[in-house]
Design a protein around this ligand. Sequence first.
Ligand code: CP
Length: 333
Amino acid sequence: MSNSAKIRTLKSLVGSINFEGRSFLSVNDLTDDQIYGLFDLALQLEPWNRSMIPLATGNVMSTLFFQPSTRTRMSFETAMHRLGGAVISEANPLVTSSAAKEESLSDMLKVVSKYANIIVMRHFDDVEARKAAPFSESPVINGGWGHWEHPTQALLDLYTLYRTYGHIDGLKVCVASADLIEARTGHSMAQGLARLGARVFLASPKAKRIPQEVMDKISARGIKVEEAFDLDQDSFNDLVSDMDMVYLPGCSAPKGPEAEAFKVVMDKYFVRYETLEKVAKDENRTIYVTHTLPRRSGEMDLRIDNSPSQLYFEAIAYSVSIRMALVAAILGV
Ligand code: CP
């Protein structure tokens, strides 16, 4: 196929997703068809994962990250460069932008949207971010807001799962964390998985179960997810051995005097390499493990890195294609 024919195919896929000009704040902002449309587009864009296809030439993306990030900011910026667009970035806006002079977030978004065609923002306060987003004159993408949602992380992890199995429906996935209250990626992923027909198991301490708001949104669609509370490491690994994938969304670990106690709880959600190895040997199947990263020392068995179960570094490559697809769909290029 010639390059111009390929670009016509891509533009037609962009059109069929029908998401031009829209903000992406929650995983629920996309219909199931739009999610699968983005998967199709991302698949077509994978050949340009390490080069460039000029779909977004002349467009500018602004990345405003009020919290630290390696993956989300850099993969969005990479995606925009791979689409031929330009990027203006604030990686530490509380120090280097007029936010340091107490400019409101709504004013900042209004101003930046006069420069940028699309804004990707990470913010520590989801309430403030949600209030300010409508002041932007350009579409806004949630790059992780407070303890609410991180929908593009879920989108890339769903895409990775889709690329691994060819489908999501019917898969058994355990979302596990020592704190599912604060795990914003876990909130987005649990909803995305459930909507796309996966059987979802949520493992956490009962005191740190996933917020009721997330459960309500899932049950409003007539879907049930299962919760397993206060497991010890043995019973957690029994649950793991029945899964197709274990999803470790991580969460912000407390510092100071609570840190040691938290580590004890975190250890209960340690996926044993031996569990994965036994299932591979006895049942001839792979249990995949993904972690949204960054991970803490001791949080994972590093032998998984070099095993067939490892999906977390695979997801990094897929993140560029799916974010290219999302940006292209929003820009309507
Ligand atoms: N997974 C994730 O959001 O990573 P960063 O914090 O590095 O963006």
